[in-house]
Design a protein around this ligand. Structure first.
Ligand code: BDR
Ligand code: CA
Length: 319
């Protein structure tokens, strides 16, 4: 089977870096283009990080476009240096490539790719949803052209991570998330409910460090800061695999087993609920039940742990 074309939207970012290398290592898909957005770090720096990782993986064929520097209605707050480092990649100095982002914006790239691959393009979005919202505003027809949008974001039945109820990617641009959830395309939402259940342990990090690939060694280094941050959540050095889980579901290596299509409303008010993804999960005790007319599938359980699947792909990737 021909690899499925993917537009990948990211804010690289430590777990974004893992997701990116996983996608580079996945023959099921082909990276048609990558757009970056401000979230973990600003969009320009995220693009440079992405280019450095692509270069280390021998994938200089993949174009990278800088996307929105600011969320739709406010200014970018500067990222999260205590989680992802001052440079977005755990304060590790990657070998820098001379390659630069392409001239088109991330939103323009998404619109172009949607038209070039009608009915085929998958969108994997693992940062704030600003670029997707801008693209939809520019050309609403992409909602019919795109095959599926797989989003790491939201919290259905668990607390948020940036506010009591808000998950970072949604909370950082709720107005954009609202546009994206409201558009009539097929969305798979991969929320904290499942991403926090999938983690890398120190043994996984050590396996990457022991690999003879410089790229895997760099990932092991980058993960150090993320592991420190997650001690407060898990009680020991390890990390959640937020973005790689969305990538693995998109690739098809991980299958969602409890994932009803339900109405999802994003709270874009300025009250305590800002950034919440309100998922209508009523009447689901008898098993997953799609609500008629709903187009957002909310992933509440998966078939197998991601960590071994991810590690195997990373360790076997030879650029
Ligand atoms: C999400 O927020 C970002 O910090 C991570 O890269 C991930 O996409 C988790 O809430
Ligand atoms: Ca991310």
């Amino acid at each position: 089977m021909a690899p499925r074309p993917v537009y990948f939207d990211c804010d690289t970012g430590i777990d974004d870096a893992l997701a990116l290398v996983y996608l580079m290592a996945s023959p099921e898909i082909s990276l048609a283009g990558i757009g970056t957005v401000s979230g973990n770090i600003d969009a320009k720096r995220a693009a440079l990080n992405t280019l450095d990782l692509l270069d280390m993986g021998g994938r200089n064929d993949v174009p990278v476009a800088v996307g929105a520097m600011d969320p739709l209605t406010h200014s970018f707050g500067g990222g999260v240096p205590h989680i992802h480092g001052h440079n977005g990649v755990g304060d590790v100095e990657l070998p820098h490539t001379d390659r630069r982002p392409v001239a088109e914006s991330a939103a323009d790239m998404l619109v172009r790719l949607a038209h070039e691959h009608p009915g085929e393009l998958d969108v994997i979005a693992i940062g704030p949803l600003t670029n997707l919202a801008v693209a939809l505003k520019q050309d609403p027809s992409i909602a019919e052209l795109v095959h599926e949008v797989i989003i790491m974001g939201g919290a259905a039945l668990v607390p948020g991570n940036l506010s009591e109820v808000g998950e970072a990617n949604i909370y950082n641009d709720p107005e954009a998330a609202q546009v994206v959830m409201d558009a009539p395309w097929q969305v798979v939402l991969v929320p904290l409910d499942v991403t926090l259940e999938n983690a890398f342990e120190e043994s996984d990090r050590e396996a990457l460090a022991a690999s003879d690939s410089l790229l895997n060694q760099a990932l092991a280094d980058i993960l150090n800061l993320y592991f420190d941050f997650y001690v407060e959540e898990y009680g020991r050095r390890m990390c959640a695999l937020h973005d790689p889980l969305a990538a693995a579901i998109a690739v098809g290596q991980i299958t969602a087993i409890r994932a009803p299509k339900v109405p999802v409303v994003v709270d874009a008010t300025h009250g305590p609920g800002r950034g919440q993804t309100i998922c209508d999960l009523r009447k689901q005790r008898g098993g997953p039940r799609d609500v008629e007319g709903a187009h957002v599938r909310v992933v509440l359980d998966t078939d197998q742990p991601l960590a071994p699947v991810l590690l195997e792909r990373l360790l076997n990737y030879h650029s």
